[in-house]
Design a protein around this ligand. Structure first.
Ligand code: FES
Ligand SMILES: [Fe+2]
Length: 336
């Protein structure tokens, strides 16, 4: 009997926009996890992501809804809804409807991105979305890097888990990314909802070199299935953020963001141009993965070799905690 396909309603943090796409006063329409949503930014700058339909008579708040102060006003009869999804004003009545509420999603802005917490069971967040700088504890910040470069690929037929499985898949680098030799994993830590993968890798030299002589690598932090951040060492300084967000039961939006490090004292136009080009090269490499993922069929019982077995087993066991039908539901932990 074939195993059921992976659920497209996993639990965790997922990117729904880049922060600068939603200005103060803007109302954005989006569909994620099979639900029509709006994201809007109040005058204070606070972002809210909630169901798109007004609880009064069902108008779509993303078609003519307006931000007034800290509330979103429906275009149909002017009812106002606050950041908790509560009705705070009915313009033609003395008091609001305190009972009706539009579903809101916990939302954070990090990595110049808007992330929402999705959990089919309605649980509060039990882990934090990783920060591409603070997550590595090295005192770095966006000011040390050139502007974020981006790739957006909407509605691809792929599942978030494919991207995470890259993090245990040593053999694909040579074929998909044309590395001279296979990388070697130095850390696979899948104990918690936030997991860690480190590997030694080079994109230079020939296939005769030994991995022991390679002095470059990548560290990755996976915040659930939706967000992975990476830091490179020993090569051109770069950070990446890859985010896969299910749209419906078959497709996902893919967002990929790249930062290239500035070199102190070398901040001229030439250096900026080179950084831009290197960012594009990283994006090109990510596209090579996407070409595979977006046409891949999930293999529930893959033909793994001996060297692949432990990594794939570890990541698939880890991934199970994020699915609504998980045999062992994720344990709520203090997100602090
Ligand atoms: S439908 Fe929104 S106020 Fe009437
Ligand atoms: Fe890859």
């Amino acid at each position: 009997m074939p195993s059921p396909p992976l659920s497209m309603k996993p639990t965790g943090w997922f990117q729904v926009a880049w922060s600068d796409e939603i200005a103060v006063g803007a109302v954005h329409r989006m569909t994620y996890f099979g639900q029509d949503l709006v994201a809007w930014r109040a005058e204070s700058g606070r972002i809210t992501v909630m169901g798109a339909y007004c609880e009064h008579l069902g108008a779509h708040l993303g078609h003519g809804g307006t931000v007034t102060g800290e509330n979103l006003q429906c275009p149909f009869h002017g009812w106002q809804w606050n950041a908790e999804g509560r009705n705070v004003c009915i313009p033609y009545e003395d008091r609001p409807n305190r009972g009706r509420r539009i579903r809101t999603f916990p939302a954070v802005e990090r990595n110049a991105s808007v992330y929402i917490w999705h959990d089919a069971a309605g649980r509060e967040p039990f882990f934090e979305a990783p920060d591409v700088f603070a997550g590595f504890g090295d005192g770095s910040g966006a000011g040390d890097y050139y502007r974020q470069q981006r790739l957006f690929e909407p509605a691809l037929a792929m599942h978030p888990q494919y991207v995470l499985e890259n993090g245990v898949d040593a053999a694909h680098f040579k074929f998909v990314h044309k590395t001279p030799i296979n990388p070697v994993f130095t850390r696979h830590d899948f104990d918690d909802p936030v997991s860690y993968v480190d590997f030694t890798i080079t994109f230079e030299g020939d296939d005769g070199q030994r991995i022991e002589d390679v002095n470059s690598g990548v560290q990755a932090i996976n915040g659930g299935l939706g967000i992975a951040v990476t830091k490179s060492w020993g090569m051109i300084d770069n950070r990446t953020i890859s985010c896969i967000t299910p749209v419906d039961d078959t497709t996902s939006d893919v967002r990929f963001s790249v930062y290239i490090g500035r070199t102190p004292g070398k901040d001229g136009e030439r250096a900026a141009l080179r950084a831009e080009e290197f960012g594009l090269e990283i994006i090109r490499q990510f596209r090579q993965d996407i070409e595979i993922w977006s046409h891949q069929r999930y293999s529930a019982s893959p033909a793994l070799t001996g060297s692949e077995h432990s990594g794939f087993t570890a990541i698939r066991d880890w991934a199970r905690q994020f699915y609504p039908d998980a045999a062992a539901p994720a344990v709520a932990a203090d997100p602090a």
